[in-house]
Design a protein around this ligand. Structure first.
Ligand code: UDP
Length: 234
């Protein structure tokens, strides 16, 4: 497998072609953004840590029957993945209130939710990824009805699996974001799963081990991400 030209650069990752038309490489950068890129920064070694955490989570989910884009980790910052066509929707799951739901619904952070909340956002940077519902998805032809059903089914299963996975590391999965892609006619889990895309609070102390440390200038970001890696890697 040979690495070829760069095909895309996003906020936290770069994507490269390979000599295999079905496979691409995602390269994890140290760059970090928050609040729709209004806040930017760099977290030393974040790319290496997130590549390793994402590898562990994708290997776990694959072993539990979730179809994913993950093939294998190639190096510190590179992961070989299937070339999926990304569905332009961010799928968010919330188990406790934090972040935007607190602002929108006037909830206090950490409030128990009696039922997991599933949200969809339209992936469109110039609109700041607005919240949408299933009617918008159908109306804008972002995904078919069958694809939405599959995405919801996988997402709820992933929430249950990841909740247990992180609880084994004494971390509570507060909320997270997923992206899915189409590959050879099937929906598969794509993108990354890391402290950039999940809120993780230590069970017992409530200490934050995620991107909120960057969003709210709480310090020790690299240390927190590294601690997540050490806990899930044991
Ligand atoms: N999230 C993400 N990418 C986004 C928006 C959200 O990974 O573009 C994750 C975020 O890290 C959190 C969850 O999705 O774990 C819910 O995010 P929320 O809507 O509260 O976002 P915020 O406004 O706090 O960034």
């Amino acid at each position: 497998m040979e690495k070829r030209e760069r095909i895309y650069e996003g906020k936290a990752k770069i994507v490269y072609n390979t000599d295999d038309p079905d496979l691409i490489i995602q390269y994890f950068k140290d760059d970090t953004t928050a609040f729709n890129a209004a806040k930017r920064g760099t977290v030393i070694n974040k790319g290496i840590i997130n590549n390793k955490i994402s590898t562990r989570v994708f290997e776990f989910l694959s072993s539990q029957g979730i179809p994913t884009h993950y093939e294998r980790r190639l190096s510190d910052r590179e992961m070989l993945i299937k070339r999926a066509q990304i569905v332009p929707i961010e799928v968010i799951v919330r188990n406790k209130a934090a972040g935007s739901i607190c602002r929108i619904l006037g909830l206090s952070e950490g409030m128990e939710l009696a039922f997991p909340v599933l949200e969809f956002c339209y992936k469109k940077d110039d609109l700041n990824d607005p919240l949408i519902n299933e009617c918008h998805i159908r109306a804008l032809n972002l995904a078919s009805e069958e694809e939405v059903e599959t995405i919801k089914r996988y997402t709820l299963k992933i929430n249950a699996l990841m909740g247990k996975f992180f609880a084994n590391s004494n971390l509570e999965l507060i909320d997270f974001k997923l992206e899915f892609g189409r590959y050879k006619g099937e929906i598969i889990l794509a993108d990354e799963i890391s402290p950039d895309t999940c809120r993780l609070w230590e069970i017992g102390t409530g200490k934050k081990f995620d991107k909120d440390r960057f969003r709210h200038d709480m310090g020790d970001i690299e240390e927190a991400y590294q601690e997540v890696l050490s806990r899930v890697d044991k």
